[in-house]
Design a protein. Sequence first.
Length: 205
Amino acid sequence: MKKTLPYKSLLFIIFMISSITSTALAQQKEWTEKSAKEWLKSKPWASGLTIKVHPSVDAVEFARQYNVNKAEWDKAFAFIKDKNLKELPAGKYTIDGDNVYAMITDGPEKEFENTAWESHRKYIDIQYVITGKEKIGVESLSKTTVSKPYDEAKDYANYTAEGKFYIATPDEFFLFFPTDVHRPNIKVDGFDTAKKLVIKIRYAN
C-alpha cells in the first residue's frame, strides 16, 4: 500500500518551493522603470519603516540591489527603525562588518563653496537627516566631469556638475548608487547644524 504525505506536510513543501522560486525570480528579474516603481510603492523593503524614499532615488537600481543583497539591506533598515537615532552619539557603528556600517555626524553644515560633488564605487550611501535640514545636490554620473580621479582607498572621486538640488529633512532618506554623483552637507538658511546618518552598504555588481 502506498503511503501519502500528510496534508500539512504537503502544504509546507509547496510553500517552501514557492518561497525559494520567488526569491530566485526576485534576484534574477530584469527590472523596468514600471515594475521597480510598483515594487518601491509596495514597500517590501520597509519592514515597518515609516520614513519615505526621496523621489530622486533610482528605483530600478534600488530594486535590483535590494533583491540581490536583501539580508544586508534589511540590517541597514533595521538599524534606522530600531535605534533611537536622536539619542545616538556621533561616531561609527558596525552593522555587518565591512559590508554594512553606519556613521552619525552632529555639527555645523557647510557653505556651498565648501562642499563638493562626489561618488563612490564600492559602497551605496543611505543618507538621512535625523534632525535639522540640509541641501543635497544630485546628478547622473554621465553628465559630470571628473575633477579629482577616483581614490580606491577612500572610495570616492570628485566632479564638476550642475545637478538638481533638494532639501533633505527627517521625513525621507536619499540613496546614492555608484552612478549617482551627489553634493551633500550644504547649509540651509535657518539651519546652521544638522544631525545626520550615513549608512554604507557594499555595492553588488
